[in-house]
Design a protein around this ligand. Sequence first.
Ligand SMILES: *[C@@H]1O[C@H](CO)[C@@H](O)[C@H](O)[C@H]1NC(C)=O
Ligand SMILES: *[C@@H]1O[C@H](CO)[C@@H](O)[C@H](O)[C@H]1NC(C)=O
Length: 475
Amino acid sequence: MKIMNAPWWARLQMMLYYCGVVICDPVFQHSEMQKIIQSKEKFDVFIVEIFSTECFLGIAHTLDIPVVVGMISSVAVPWSNDIMRNPEIPSYIPNYLSGLTDKMNFFQRIQNTWHFLYTKTFYRYFSDKPSYKIAKKYLSDNLPDFDWLRSKISLILANGHLTISPPRALAPGFKDVGGIHIPLSGPPPLPKDLQNYLDNQREDGVIYFSLGSQLDGTTMPEQVLVAFYRAFEQLPQQILWKCTEEKMPTLPRNVKCIEWAPQLSILCHPNVRMFITHGGLLGTQEAVYCGVPMLGIPLFGDQHSNVAYSVKKGLALELDYYGLSYETISSALNEMLKNKSYGEVAQRASLQFRDRPIPPVEEGVYWIEYLIRHGPDSLKIEAANLTWYQYLLLDIVCVITADDCSYVWQVPAQNRCEWVKTIHDCNTDSVFQYTELLFCTFNSDNKLLFSVGLMPMVLWLLYMFLMLGTTADNL
Ligand SMILES: *[C@@H]1O[C@H](CO)[C@@H](O)[C@H](O)[C@H]1NC(C)=O
Ligand SMILES: *[C@@H]1O[C@H](CO)[C@@H](O)[C@H](O)[C@H]1NC(C)=O
């Protein structure tokens, strides 16, 4: 709850800290980890989580491990895209934390661009900086910087899939293996009592309700709990709620509390009609795998984006946590139970989610072994070796614009505007005649004004730098 109510900048800062930086010291200090670091043993592959910190990345360098593989338990996080040089265009790729989908209007694209900028900047400040300090303390004072270490990553395996996050262009070294946690043999069998309970609801079905491990019924404000109770009471369906019965006010007759839920097996039971969820990634994957429509109540992190995409696909409805009332809950439940289209879309998504050339876990293994067979660079694109200004062709831009236009500084100040207008290279080729604007409107005589005129260009360069990033070169 604390994290939900925090302002946007503090939310990301907290995520980077509590899901990342805070784990570095204890893991490095762990005796097993110390043993490994000091062992000088030879390893072929180093698999490391890329989520909110890169503090463990240097271990591969210390132990001289040739193949480094990054794993992400969520879909591609913004800072992971730079590593493999995934195209990262905010016009259609929604930022992880934006709560947007791939279809954005003008204002949403502004919002999305803003999310891109600050997430990447924050990552460098609030994750890289403290993490690097900790990594140096445990590994070596001469540890190469993170940009260099990141350039040694050969492959990233992320937890996305077309059906649960917007499709996007990915570099060959970046593989989406979403649903990797789902057993190849399908959902394990249910405990006997749950199996009987679910089997017996053939007529009206069951609504499964879980807001994950962070939020159970007992921490909800009382009026929200009452609203859920009232809405549930009026349904013919049974509600299977992941909660602790002793801590809840007396439950309506059709609500059953279970403290621990074998979620995948429940969702895949044919009598389950709907999943009320906070929109966590794994729960979303499980619902899509089983073909169950969702009523999403996202709380924080990527949950807003996950739910938004399911809503766009037509297999979910979204409820705002702060707008929860009897009316909103009841109308969403009724719409979803009456309108068959959510279930049908969910069924089709399930077929698509399962339709793969090889199961995700085998695909992950395949690509790791591929690197061992063909070398650590075998999936990389040359873009990873370019510096940021080469990657963005800024060096070419400089050479072209410097060609004739640089003489402008040898022309007396009062004549510069006229001169720029007459020189072809300074002027006529650009759609937006920026040089003319600079020298005529902003006037190079007035340093202050001129600097203001230069600002858009400087900001543009900064934007390109942050957006398309750099990993291979040492800044
Ligand atoms: C059912 O829901 C879909 C998707 O939201 C919508 O397009 C359709 O009009 C709805 N049908 C009815 C009968 O309300
Ligand atoms: C990047 O440069 C290094 C060093 O020159 C080279 O070994 C590597 O193969 C290059 N990477 C790619 C993807 O070509």
